[in-house]
Design a protein around this ligand. Structure first.
Ligand code: NDP
Length: 571
């Protein structure tokens, strides 16, 4: 078969289609991020309830003081705590809404859950734990076990408080301590507080007219109801199931549902790009051959290489910036067209195959990797309901309604994602002079490295905006954890009590973020999704630092190299 001529017109035509598909979606949803709600209370409260933790164990309110307190018990808290322990910090408390550590991996237990970042890079502290993951891509259960093992190894369960949500975090200037109140009546104090609440932790639902009238069973993917489905989905054999959403979560859950449900309807608004997932069991010989520090070496390598990009390779001599951008763009389009061909090869029904093709630039949405998702649509019990960008806008007592058809379901699963990167979810943070963090950010986010923010001494933010964004999030979190542990160590060793970024240092970083975010039109050109605030225009400073991971990490070192200029250090 001859390849189509790939000249400028070929690429321009595809870019026009990308733009049409984006505009179609923007027209359907001018409300941007407001199309979702993550305020899951009242009738929606059941979508936030923890199905894994069991009864909330009664306990007396806590009133004490610790040295370092983490809000959230996922990887951010675990890997930073490990570094703090190495530096001799003994008094460490994790306060966590779930009933155990694990964060993302505590909440996301949907069938098929796994991490599609290579496990040897994704799981933190493998050197320290002397652990080699069992597969190239680890499953959710193994990752959750690893989280628990870290908590045991670093003695983090001793002071940990679970099934507890921090509701306010207030700086006490007199005592130079943070005071945290919780939904369990606790009043805890801490010298240092780390907001380790994750980047995607609060489940969100699309606001769909009539959703509360649905008579069947329903839940969000991060609150999987195994009582209803059965541990191996065996209770779905006689059930008609629907799933709304086709992001990374649905891509992993759909093959399992397809194999077990009597009938499955997949309600699609925008398809994901699905590439091959090259998974294998870890070779024990390879694992045994690994030398001490093997993971640290891999992490160091990640700092040298750009994140997930394609079409790299040697640049032609004398290439201008414009030529480089155009070359990358064509490589991205070629990648997406390869994804299209893969769909044609794997999906038998041509109309379904056509509907599953993503029409946007590579990395506009999170790329997915799965071998069973596309073939699932060849099963007679699976039907793709393609809403052609519109989405499900109505649900009646029987199920979702689209184009005049009401789909009668026993079970409706919302795979509609999470609120993004908000510091202090559920939690009102007030710094010096009672200034609330949200008020400070109202005119634009202001931080140093995305980690420190002036007026909030001894408070550290992990995984928030103005930090680098990495496909392998734990690479980024590890640099933040190392940095935070080093800052706390510095304060303790030098007889200081507080550390607060200077106005100058903060302004420098805000300008760094602005300068680097200005380099790309990417957000604007992309189809809406959580990567680009659902197409809302936003201030340049209210996003990630786009100057590259290595530079982000080098800047962390620079900041620590000039502590006196970077911070006001109080005794
Ligand atoms: P996403 O936000 O990525 O996806 C939500 C999905 O719901 C989208 O397909 C969206 O469509 C769709 N949607 C929303 N409202 C409607 C509606 N009214 N009708 C129809 N469809 C609707 O959430 P996920 O939980 O899938 O993934 C979140 C993130 O979690 C991932 O991007 C990834 O970072 C992480 N993750 C990582 C995994 C890993 O392997 N490492 C596995 C799973 C998740 P549209 O695209 O049009 O907005």
């Amino acid at each position: 078969m001859s390849r189509p001529e790939r000249d400028g017109a070929y690429y321009d035509a595809i870019k026009r289609r990308f733009a049409e598909e984006r505009d179609l979606r923007l027209a359907y949803r001018p409300q941007g991020t407001q199309q979702f709600t993550s305020e899951l209370d009242g009738q929606l409260a059941r979508y936030a309830r923890d199905p894994y933790g069991g009864e909330v164990a009664p306990r007396a309110p806590i009133r004490d003081t610790v040295e370092v307190l983490f809000i959230g018990g996922g990887f951010s808290a675990l890997l930073t705590s490990a570094r703090l322990r190495e530096k001799g910090v003994e008094s460490i408390r994790i306060v966590e809404r779930g009933a155990d550590v694990g964060g993302t991996w505590y909440w996301n237990r949907y069938p098929g859950v796994a991490c599609d970042v290579v496990s040897y890079d994704y799981l933190p502290l493998l050197d320290e734990m002397g652990y080699v993951p069992t597969r190239h891509y680890a499953g959710g259960a193994e990752i959750l076990d690893h989280c628990r093992a870290i908590a045991r190894r670093y003695d983090l369960y001793r002071l940990a408080v679970f099934q507890t949500t921090v509701t306010s975090t207030t700086w006490l200037e007199g005592e130079r301590l943070w005071e945290l109140r919780t939904d369990r009546g606790d009043v805890m104090r801490a010298r240092f507080v780390v907001c380790a609440n994750g980047t995607l932790s609060k489940p969100k639902l699309s606001k769909i007219a009539g959703m509360e009238t649905f008579r069947g069973h329903s839940f969000h993917t991060s609150r999987w109801d195994y009582d209803y489905t059965g541990e191996k989905l065996e209770k779905l054999r006689d059930k008609v199931v629907g799933i709304i959403g086709t992001g990374a979560t649905a891509v992993q859950a759909v093959p399992e549902l397809a194999a077990n449900a009597k009938q499955l309807f997949v309600f699609q608004r925008t398809p994901s790009s699905i590439d091959v997932r090259e998974d294998w069991a870890t070779d024990p010989k390879w694992a045994a051959s690994l030398e001490r520090g093997w993971q640290a070496k891999r992490r160091a390598k990640a700092l040298e290489e750009p994140m997930l990009t394609i079409g790299r390779g040697p640049a032609p001599a004398n290439e201008t910036r414009e030529q480089r951008v155009a070359r990358q763009e064509r490589a991205n389009i070629d990648y997406m067209m390869r994804i299209h061909r893969r769909i044609e090869e794997l999906v038998e029904d041509p109309a379904t195959a056509e509907a599953l093709k993503p029409w946007y630039m590579f990395m506009c949405k999170r790329p997915c990797f799965h071998n069973d998702y596309l073939p699932a649509f060849n099963r007679p019990n699976v039907k793709l309901v393609d809403t052609r960008g519109q989405g499900i806008t109505e649900i009646d007592e029987r199920g979702p309604v689209f184009s005049g058809t009401s789909y009668a379901l026993d079970l409706l699963i919302y795979a509609t994602g999470f609120e993004v990167q908000k510091t202090g979810i559920w939690n009102q943070i007030a710094g010096r002079g009672g200034l609330e963090l949200e008020t400070k950010y109202a005119d634009g986010i202001r931080t140093l490295l995305g980690i420190h923010t002036r007026g909030f001494p001894n408070l550290f933010i992990m995984g928030g905006y103005q930090a680098s964004f990495q496909f392998n999030l734990t690479d980024m979190l590890q640099t933040q954890g190392d940095h935070i542990a080093a800052c706390i160590d510095y304060v303790r060793k030098h007889g200081y009590v507080t550390l607060d970024p200077t106005e100058q240092a903060e302004e420098w970083w805000v300008q760094q973020v602005i300068a680097n975010r200005g380099k790309t039109n990417r957000n604007h050109d992309c189809t809406p999704g959580y990567y680009n605030f659902e197409g809302e225009s936003n201030r340049r400073q209210d996003g990630n630092y786009n100057g590259g991971f290595r530079r982000y990490w080098l800047h962390q070192g620079e900041v620590r190299g000039r502590m006196a200029e970077s911070f006001e250090l109080g005794r």
